[in-house]
Design a protein around this ligand. Structure first.
Ligand code: PMP
Length: 390
């Protein structure tokens, strides 16, 4: 048999998967491993897709998505974030933020182009950039800075070949947020070095302490930013696979070609659900956000009390505690916590080298489960007390 794609064969499977597979074989596991809401999609949203099915909407939609949905997304972007987009030429409805990222990189990159990736980062970024022919240049967010991005660190990584920066605030896995002022410093670099920006704003709604700033609304950024967003997190719709891009027409036109040939369109029934989710968002999103905020407040304090120093994440639904003082690597820590106490977390190195020394624990699970996890973590951490006091 002829050999398969070298690039794909040499790709490592996601570092999260191994722990999922191990946890699947065990009973009585408290899972803080998955990055998805514990809410079921609100009933009226499910009903809207159900009604669309009954009414026979079983055909393709326009490649860019149902016009009605794009109009609703445009209003949402304006009302919620103050960003204005033309639904006819600047929006594409995708199958999740994942596909939005894929078409963004394929439209932007030539072989050898460098993309600055803010790390620790979501596991898909690197592979998607490489599949599109790009090279990843990681820039670490420093723990002592609450995992916020430092302007000088970014500038030091820029070369002649840098094409784009990929930002994600609130961040998966750290939960860090950046204020509008802090982001403005990064935006100035994009102007100065003529860079594209891909801004993954999937956790925009899940900002607990400061108002969220969409990168495209900063000075000079609208014309050089591809905003990626989706329904998975804020609307509790991970399994629906629905997302979107907002970007100027010059790049939307090119992304649409990739989307058209690779996907045709996002599933039509699912788009009807998305439409209802946006229309009824005031009924649902604030309640879910309030609940995540309460869980964050409880969980971060409890982790710190249990001996795992954890910065307070301003958004998303992840805690990113330091495990350095245990003397274990993040993989050893995660494996032992799973085997000894049956709590599943994700080793920080799954999110890039700068994630070593940390683990990611999602608090998008019930308070009872979180309390049980804390009881077990507390017990697990007792064995390291000696190490910390000697
Ligand atoms: N970006 C980030 C930062 C994420 O955490 C995720 C999901 N874990 C995605 C994108 C992908 O989201 P979707 O379900 O919309 O494909």
């Amino acid at each position: 048999m002829k050999s398969l794609s070298q690039q794909v064969v040499s790709m490592k499977p996601s570092g999260i998967r191994r722990f999922f597979d191990l946890a699947q074989t065990m009973e009585n596991v408290v899972s803080l491993g998955v990055g998805e809401p514990d809410f079921i999609t609100p009933w009226n949203v499910r009903e809207a897709s159900y009604a669309a099915l009954e009414q026979g909407y079983t055909a393709y939609s326009a490649n860019a998505g149902l016009l009605e949905l794009r109009q609703e997304i445009a209003s949402y972007m304006t009302d919620r974030f103050g960003a204005t987009y033309d639904p006819a030429t600047e929006l594409i409805v995708t199958t999740g933020a994942s596909q939005a990222l894929d078409i963004a990189f394929r439209a932007l990159l030539n072989p050898g182009d460098e993309v600055i990736v803010v790390e620790p980062a979501f596991v898909s970024y690197g592979p998607l950039i490489e599949l599109a022919g790009g090279t990843v240049v990681p820039v670490a967010c420093r723990p002592e800075n609450g995992f916020r991005l430092n302007r000088d660190d970014v500038e030091a990584a820029i070369t002649e070949r840098t094409k784009a920066m990929l930002l994600c605030f609130p961040s998966n896995p750290t939960g860090a947020t950046m204020t509008g002022e802090e982001l403005t410093e990064i935006a100035e670099l994009a102007t100065k070095h003529d860079l594209w920006v891909v801004s993954d704003e999937i956790y925009a709604e899940l900002s607990y302490d400061e108002p969220f700033t969409s990168f495209a609304t900063l000075h000079d950024m609208r014309e050089r930013t591809i905003v990626v967003n989706g329904f998975s997190k804020a609307f509790a719709m991970t399994g629906w696979r629905l997302g979107f891009t907002c970007a100027p027409e010059v790049v939307t036109r090119e992304m649409l070609k990739v989307h058209q040939y690779g996907m045709m369109c996002a599933p039509t029934l699912v788009q009807f659900g998305g439409l209802e989710a946006l229309r009824s968002r005031d009924q649902h999103v604030p309640k879910m956000v309030k609940s995540y905020r309460q869980r964050r407040n409880y969980f971060i304090q409890a982790l710190n009390d249990a001996g795992l120093p954890t910065h307070v994440p301003g958004g998303a639904f992840y805690a990113f505690p330091s495990i350095r003082h245990t003397g274990l690597t993040s993989e050893e820590f995660a494996e032992r916590l799973l085997l000894e106490e049956r709590v599943a977390v994700v080793p920080g190195n799954a999110f890039g080298a700068s994630g070593e020394g940390f683990v990611r624990a999602s608090y998008a699970t019930s308070v009872e489960q979180l309390q049980e996890a804390i009881r077990r973590i507390d017990r697990f951490m007792k064995q390291f007390e000696v190490t910390t006091t000697t």
